[in-house]
Each structure stands twice: as structure tokens, then as C-alpha cells.
Design a protein around this ligand. Structure first.
Ligand code: G6P
Length: 615
């Protein structure tokens, strides 16, 4: 969590730093701050969002500042207030830092520094690090800021991406990374820094992603030098050409990123499928599966590890893989898996699933599985992210940048990707017939158009949302493939509207949640045709018998459930395995519109962050 930006070069930098922070606000928005430097130095920070900070800076003339750093915070150590906001400055007033991550041994270092006479203004671990750097310099005045930072970093335990500036070296910025992400944009004599490339994409597509244990000095005089901060060895600079377009990280006329991302799904689905699915003859081609076929062929078990929405997609993955490939699947919360001495057998395949590729628990779980000699196949959205780099192989979901904190298109693309992998493996293992294989491929090819049809009916979902927007609790029910969708629907509502919602397997309702049902309890029932349709009809009757309000997601042409529901939303008739992906779309819209009616901060819900880089 937390977003950091930096700049050193020939341009005035205030606008880049502020706009860059706005692009990174999905990472946290408890407080914001900047440090800009001409010959004096300007530090401004405040509780709240980047826009609040910007207002405070309105009257300040900063056009001569050509070095800068900025931070948008998701609080870990210390409450969100101005004192705990970054940038932090060392006791001598010369060294400035922004930091994303956690210094785990900060308390013991702080104690040593206090004994040496240092004082602290904030409760943060970051202020400890910047003073440690000062202390390293003080004990060896010959050292320049790059070397002092390097020595300090070898004394800390934890995760960090940092930008450091020292008034004694006014032509340099130092950046380093371990655990948290950091990207450098290069354009002539200008260097841009961001937690991801979105802040600098409109300036340059030349990007260097720092790897763990790398430290770079960005110097006006000497350009960029890159080292391993443990060994001091100079590292090769692998500069990549980014394909990201600026339009992808802007709202494009939509009121919120979340709505834009919901409406982008038809395109994203096609991007996920491009080059992987063919007709005449129907065929799926997944190069990573082909390349590692021997591993899949002899695998006894798949273990999905993930968090949040990605965990819900993994659960759907379990249903797909067990049904189609007949391989047993376990779905694990990464945070539980990593701490409970899991059992991994020789032929298990561990599958981390992640939108960002930076979730700390998922990374730690995958590292653990790797240490235990598991083969790791990643399903990841962000290209070049930590998870993508840590895995043996894998597949990108190609949903494009997702900025709204509540995940929508990333879930859809994860589900689509899992479905085609499971179908391909099932077919290769001869667990499904050629005709089932072709039927699924057909269904997947129609998916994008079917999503478009649902989106065209968004007005109806909006009306339903208005009717229920004052409810205090919701229950979401689904059976079979629709159970993960019920969980995801409930999570979406909770995240952005702050309404309490629970997802349940429909039949489990009788074992508890039914006690909650009364006329004030809307129950969203995912009741698409096929599968356990008859059973879910009975569940709806049980809710109605207790006075509950039913909002159902049904298949076009449905008669039975529509009749007994208070409100319904139709999705197109489709293959049973595709229907959970379609059914999820109206649930995304429902939570979006409810949150909008309530006036919630949809793209930046309270206390949440898009990328959870702390455990
Ligand atoms: C956070 C986000 C969720 C996301 C989860 C896992 O909680 O707010 O939207 O599902 O992290 O993130 P990942 O990037 O690993 O999918």
C-alpha cells in the first residue's frame, strides 16, 4: 500500500508529483505529502486526499523546483494525521524520504537512535529509517547519500520502496526496493519514479522496474547507476518499452473508474482470449500449459492461493478444474496458507492468483510453496509484477489497468482465463468430449457480446439499486458455480457502500442466515437456469415464506423465479459454465449504483487499498 512518486530532471516538477500521486491514490488515501526542491526545499503534507494537499499548495510558487518526491498513504504505523504523513525528514533537516512498506525492526533501531540523541516527530517506521541514514552519514562524513542509504538498508528488516533526497547532494535522488514495487521512467535527462508506471506514462514509455535488493542513483551529472545493495555489484539495466496508454489510466467520461471498468469488460474479455482461443476448428492454445504439459499431466492436486476478490475467482476455478480436468483442487487464503505449515506433495501445482501481482500475503505464500519445491503457475493481471516474476510460468489475464479499488474486470478476466485453462487441460487429459470442448469454446466466444447485452440494461439495475439503497443488510445466495458469485457480490457491496452483506451457499441458508430474514432483508439470489435450478426455486420460496425481499438474477425466459421475486435482472441464456461470469456483471452494477445513491467514495472506499503490500 502507499503510493510514491519522485522526479529529478530539467522540468518543473510540482504538476508531475501531484498528478502522479492522484494516479496512485488507489494504493492508499489516508494522507498525502510532497517535498520539492529548488535551492531551499518545500515540504507540505496533510491528512486526507491528494486534492486536499493540492488546495493547500495553490498559492505557492514552485515553478523553479526540478526535484521532488510525493507520497499517498495507507496508514500502518501511526494514525492518519499530518505528523505521520510522508515525506519524513531527518533530524538535521537535510535528508528527506518517502516510503512504501514496513520496517519490521524499527522499534529496536529507534531505541538506539534515541540513545544517541535523536528525536522523533511521528509514530512511523519511516522516520526511523531516514534518521538511520543520517546516523550512517554522521558516523562516516565521507559517505554520499547513495552509499549511506545502502548501508542503512542492510540494517533494516522488512519491505520497502523508497525515494531519498539529501540537501548535501542536490543533484541526486536515491531509490531502492525490497518487497514493495518501484518503477523508473527514463526520458533524456529526466528520471521519473512511481510505485507503478501510471504517473509517468504520459511522459515516457521507457521503464526500468527495480528488482528486490536493487538501489539506483538518479544523478543529473552521471545518469542512472544501478546496484545490488547487499553486494554492491553493478547490475544490468533492463529497460522495457511499456505498452500502457494514458487513456487506460483515466476515467474517459465515466463518473468513476469502477463504472468505467465494469463497462470495459466486453473488451477486456476479448483481450484475455486473444491468441488463446480459435474457431473452425474450435481450439484453445495456452503456450504456458503446452510448454509445461508434463507437469500438468502428472499433477495430483492444484492449490490456489489468493486474497479478496482473487480468492473468489480461485473458488470458481476450483469448480471449473474439478469439473473439467478432474484434478482435485484446494483453494487457500494466502494469509492462512503461509502460516500453517502446509503440506505440499511432489506433483502439486501451486497457482497464485492476483490482479496486482503485489499482494504481500500471496507473494509470501508463493515463496513458501517454491521453497517446498512446488511448481508455481501464476495467474496475474499486472505485467512484470512481483508475482509474475516469482512464478515458474503462468498466464496474464490482460484485463488492463484496474484503478477502482473494488475489483470488477480483473475478476471477470481471471474467471475467463481459468475456464479456458481448465477446458484445455480437461480436453488434453481426455476428461471431456470434443463436443463439450467445442460447446465451451463457443460459449466463451459469445461471452463478450452477452456482457454487452447485460450492460445495455444497466438502467434497470440502477432502478433496483435505488429501491434498496437504504437497506442495512443484504444476503447473497447461490449454488454450485453461482456460489463464488454470491460471495463476490456480497464483497462488492460491503466494500463500496459499507452495507453489511453476506454471501452463502443457498442451501446453507437454513443453517443460520434464515434467522435474519424479515421484510427488511433483501436477499439477492443468483438463480440462473440449469444446474440446481429446482433446488434454488425452493430456497426462494423459503425466503418469501419469511417475508424476505428477493432480488433474483435469472436467465432470460425464466418464468418460475421471476414470478416469485420482488425484482429480477435477466442475463442471456448461455452455457452453464459461463453463467457465473455473466451473473456477476449485474451484481457489480447493483453494488455500484447502491453506493452511488448513498454518495460513497466509490473508487476509494474508506480503509481499503487496491494493492495490499503489507501482511
Ligand atoms: C485488495 C483489493 C481487492 C483485491 C485483493 C487481492 O483487498 O482491494 O480488490 O481482490 O486486495 O489483490 P490482488 O491484487 O492480489 O488480486
Amino acid at each position: 500500500m502507499c503510493g510514491i512518486v519522485g522526479y529529478i530532471g530539467e522540468q518543473s516538477t510540482k504538476d508531475f508529483i501531484i498528478d502522479g500521486l492522484k494516479k496512485l491514490e488507489y494504493r492508499g488515501y489516508d494522507s498525502a505529502g510532497v517535498f520539492l526542491f529548488d535551492s531551499k526545499g518545500y515540504l507540505k503534507k496533510c491528512k486526507g486526499k491528494v486534492a486536499d494537499l493540492e488546495k493547500k499548495m495553490d498559492d505557492d510558487n514552485l515553478s523553479s523546483c526540478t526535484i521532488g518526491m510525493g507520497h499517498t498513504r495507507w496508514a500502518t504505523h501511526g494514525i492518519p494525521n499530518t505528523k505521520n504523513s510522508h515525506p519524513h525528514v531527518s533530524n538535521n533537516g537535510k535528508i528527506f524520504i518517502v516510503h512504501n512498506g514496513i520496517i519490521e525492526n524499527y522499534a529496536s533501531i529507534k531505541q538506539i537512535l534515541i540513545e544517541k540523541g535523536y528525536t522523533f516527530q511521528s509514530e512511523t517506521d519511516t522516520e526511523v529509517l531516514v534518521n538511520l541514514i543520517e546516523e550512517v552519514k554522521k558516523s562516516n562524513p565521507e559517505l554520499k547519500i547513495g552509499k549511506a542509504t545502502q548501508i542503512a538498508l542492510n540494517q533494516v528488516v522488512g519491505a520497502f520502496a523508497i525515494v531519498v533526497f539529501d540537501k548535501d547532494s542536490p543533484n541526486e535522488l536515491v531509490v531502492a526496493k525490497l518487497g514493495s514495487p518501484l518503477a523508473i521512467g527514463l526520458k533524456g535527462k529526466d528520471f521519473f519514479v512511481g510505485s507503478d508506471p501510471s504517473p509517468f506514462i504520459k511522459e515516457t514509455n521507457r521503464c526500468l522496474y527495480l528488482n528486490d535488493y536493487e538501489l539506483a542513483i538518479l544523478s543529473r551529472k552521471k545518469g542512472l547507476t544501478l546496484r545490488d545493495f547487499r553486494t554492491n555489484r553493478v547490475k544490468d539495466q533492463k529497460i522495457e518499452k511499456l505498452k500502457l496508454q494514458i487513456e487506460q489510466v483515466e476515467k474517459g467520461g465515466f463518473k468513476h473508474f469502477m463504472l468505467k471498468e465494469i463497462f470495459e469488460q466486453p473488451k477486456c474479455i476479448n483481450d484475455s482470449l486473444r491468441g488463446r482461443i480459435f474457431s473452425n476448428p474450435a481450439k484453445i492454445k495456452i503456450s504456458s500449459v503446452e510448454e509445461y504439459w508434463e507437469k500438468f499431466k502428472k499433477s495430483n492436486r492444484l492449490i490456489f492461493i489468493s486474497c479478496g476478490t482473487s480468492w473468489h475467482a480461485s473458488l470458481l476455478g476450483e469448480y471449473y478444474f474439478e469439473e473439467l480436468a478432474r484434478i482435485p483442487v484446494e483453494v487457500e487464503y494466502a494469509s492462512e496458507f503461509r502460516y500453517r505449515n502446509p503440506i505440499i506433495y511432489k506433483d502439486d501445482i501451486v497457482i497464485p492468483v492476483s490482479q496486482s501481482g503485489e499482494t504481500a500475503d500471496t507473494i509470501a505464500a508463493l515463496k513458501l510453496a517454491k521453497e517446498m519445491s512446488a511448481f508455481i503457475y501464476g495467474i496475474c493481471n499486472v505485467v512484470g509484477s512481483s508475482i509474475a516474476r516469482e512464478t515458474h510460468t503462468g498466464i496474464y489475464t490482460h484485463a488492463g489497468p484496474e484503478i477502482g479499488v473494488a475489483s470488477t474486470k480483473a475478476f471477470t478476466c481471471q474467471a475467463v482465463t481459468m475456464l479456458i485453462i481448465a477446458t484445455e487441460i480437461g480436453y488434453k487429459l481426455k476428461k471431456i468430449t470434443k463436443s463439450k470442448y467445442s460447446e465451451i469454446i463457443d460459449g466463451v466466444q459469445n461471452l463478450s457480446d452477452n456482457v454487452k447485452k447485460i450492460l445495455k440494461k444497466s438502467n434497470k439495475v440502477e432502478e433496483i439499486a435505488k429501491k434498496y439503497s437504504k437497506s442495512k443488510n443484504f444476503l447473497y445466495l447461490g449454488r454450485g458455480y453461482n456460489f463464488p458469485v454470491a460471495l463476490e457480490g456480497a464483497l462488492k457491496l460491503k466494500e463500496i457502500s459499507y452495507i453489511h452483506a453476506e454471501g452463502y451457499p443457498a442451501a446453507e441458508m437454513k443453517h443460520g442466515p434464515i434467522a435474519l430474514i424479515d421484510k427488511n432483508m433483501p436477499v439477492v439470489v443468483v438463480a440462473t437456469k440449469k444446474g440446481n435450478y429446482k433446488k434454488i426455486v425452493s430456497n426462494v420460496m423459503e425466503i418469501k415464506a419469511r417475508g424476505g425481499k428477493v432480488i433474483s438474477i435469472v436467465t432470460e425466459g425464466d418464468k418460475e423465479i421471476k414470478k416469485i421475486s420482488d425484482d429480477f435482472i435477466e442475463i442471456p441464456e448461455c452455457h452453464e459454465l459461463i453463467s457465473p461470469i455473466l451473473a456477476n456483471i449485474p451484481l457489480q452494477l447493483l453494488s455500484y449504483y447502491i453506493a452511488d445513491f448513498k454518495g460513497c467514495s466509490i473508487d476509494q472506499p474508506r480503509n481499503l487499498a487496491k494493492s495490499v503490500t503489507v501482511e
